[in-house]
Design a protein around this ligand. Structure first.
Ligand code: ZN
Length: 132
């Protein structure tokens, strides 16, 4: 949603967010009124679609979304449904970032964190999620 602002320029995601699994794909769906102008908005994109990296959203953007979602999770967390949703989002986006490394890129534009650190971060999120 941050990548697709409303016609009024607002970039806040609508209130409703759901991640749906469809076979091997993970679909991220937002819907609801625009926080600023109230215009109904709905947007969805495929987060995980097979093994290759996303061709729609760059690795740096996925990392930014993942970090933003993870920051919303309160410390000691994974307790509320919202925290679990944010964690799932952080995990899904981080997996996307790692796909770029898996595709053979030694260095990824806009990503200054090493693959090892990203994998450690992913493991930490998954652990939190498992305890949610
Ligand atoms: Zn708007």
């Amino acid at each position: 949603m941050e990548l697709h602002p409303c016609a009024c320029g607002a970039t806040e995601a609508p209130a409703q967010h759901a991640v749906r699994a469809e076979g091997a794909a993970l679909r991220s769906v937002w819907s609801g009124g625009c926080a600023r102008c109230g215009k109904p908005r709905s947007f969805e994109f495929v987060l995980l679609d097979g093994d290759g990296p996303s061709e729609i959203i760059g690795a740096a953007e996925f990392l930014r979304i993942s970090d933003a979602a993870a920051r919303r999770v309160p410390a000691g967390a994974g307790r509320s449904p919202q925290a679990a949703r944010d964690l799932r989002r952080a995990v899904a986006c981080l997996r996307e970032v790692l796909k770029f490394f898996a595709a053979g890129a030694p260095v990824i534009e806009g990503v200054s964190v090493s693959r090892e650190r990203l994998q450690a971060r992913l493991a930490a999120y998954e652990e939190l999620l498992a305890g949610a």
